[in-house]
Design a protein around this ligand. Structure first.
Ligand SMILES: NC(=O)c1ccc[n+]([C@@H]2O[C@H](COP(=O)([O-])OP(=O)(O)OC[C@H]3O[C@@H](n4cnc5c(N)ncnc54)[C@H](O)[C@@H]3O)[C@@H](O)[C@H]2O)c1
Length: 316
């Protein structure tokens, strides 16, 4: 099968592109190498993919004309590209254009093809709001521009499935970490601070937050389990993440234990819209996709520490 992965130079998209290739698919990536974080990290991911036979085409899904730039014979789209996270430096326009407009542009392109690809939309637990513990059937209550625009993007995709003009699925991912994690996220920042003796900016109260911290390869397992199950999954939403809950304090303690250092913390004001709890309810994914995430927090962070040392610590 031929798979188009958007956001392929990013954290989760790059791992998914690699896995799809490993299990025998032809993979083409798309990414605009957005400056949301250091683009050298995205270039590094794209280079790694190229070495494995996956080209990442530089395209902005918001503004570029996709016709004639993308292959017309793709079987699946896995749509990761987005303006992610909660950041004071981001405007509403950033979330609106990258999350909603870009998704609509991609749908327009998919609809223009004579053989329409199956559309796997990557959504987020932020759709649920401050306490992300619900099943897929319950009403989402997003509390951030990120959550609102990702919910709109998801519903755009699903509206086309309800009208039966495209087939597709939306996957809501929970608190993903592991090698290549974005530099604005918890574990990459903690590891950087621990290894480079920097002060970690801790958002007030965040140490008590509960999270379904889910190892990236466990997330990829869930994503690729949709391939070949189109009929069962069409029009459906699935939560993907671990059922195990850990506090952010436990995450910090685990990083400190693995690195053998105490990380200095500086309190910063709490972030508006930050979730107090994420706990993936994966009953449906277990039943339909046989989804079963197994990586322990300690094992996953060890992998992330190794990745960080191999890529960013010069004497390794
Ligand atoms: N990281 C998490 O914990 C997490 C949790 C839940 C959901 N998600 C979702 O997973 C997806 C990937 O997240 P990530 O953490 O890998 O982020 P990421 O920023 O590393 O990856 C997103 C990629 O999309 C690209 N992109 C952004 N706007 C684009 C545009 N207009 N055109 C083309 N490419 C564009 C970026 O350059 C980036 O490489 C997102 O949809 C995010 O909402 C992530």
């Amino acid at each position: 099968m031929k798979i188009l992965v958007t956001g392929a130079a990013g954290f989760i998209g790059s791992h998914t592109a690699e896995r799809c290739k490993e299990i025998g698919h032809e993979v083409i990536g798309v990414d605009n190498f957005s400056p949301y974080y250091d683009i050298s990290l995205k270039k590094l991911n794209a280079k790694t993919l190229l070495n494995k036979g996956i080209e990442v085409i530089k395209l902005d899904l918001r503004t570029d004309n996709l016709i004639n730039k993308l292959p017309t014979d793709v079987d699946y789209i896995i749509h990761f590209s987005a303006h992610p996270g909660i950041s004071d430096a981001s405007t509403f326009e950033d979330y609106l254009s990258n999350n909603i407009i870009a998704t609509q542009q991609l749908l327009n392109w998919a609809l223009s093809l004579s053989k329409r690809p199956y559309f796997i939309n990557i959504a987020t637990s932020s759709i649920y709001g401050l306490e992300a513990t619900l099943s897929e059937k319950e009403a989402p209550l997003p509390a951030s521009w990120y959550g609102i625009t990702k919910l709109a993007a998801e519903q755009l995709v699903l509206s086309y499935t309800r009208r039966k003009i495209i087939k597709g699925t939306s996957l809501r991912l929970f608190s993903v970490y592991g090698p290549r994690e974005r530099p604005d996220k918890l574990y990459t920042r903690l590891i950087d601070c621990g290894l480079n003796t920097k002060v970690f900016p801790l958002y007030e109260g965040s140490e008590k937050h509960l999270r379904s911290f889910t190892y990236v390869q466990d997330i990829v397992d869930g994503i690729v389990s949709v391939l070949g199950k189109e009929d069962k999954c069409n029009g459906e939403i699935f939560n993907l993440g671990t059922e195990e809950e850990n506090t952010t304090a436990k995450g910090i303690e685990t990083v400190e234990e693995i690195l053998g250092v105490k990380i200095e913390m500086k309190l910063n004001p709490a972030r508006l819209g930050d979730q107090s709890r994420t706990k993936a309810n994966i009953t449906k994914a277990r039943e339909v996709l046989n989804y079963n995430p197994t990586t322990s927090l300690k094992k996953g962070i060890e992998e992330q520490v190794n990745w960080f040392k191999n890529n960013f610590i010069s004497d390794n």
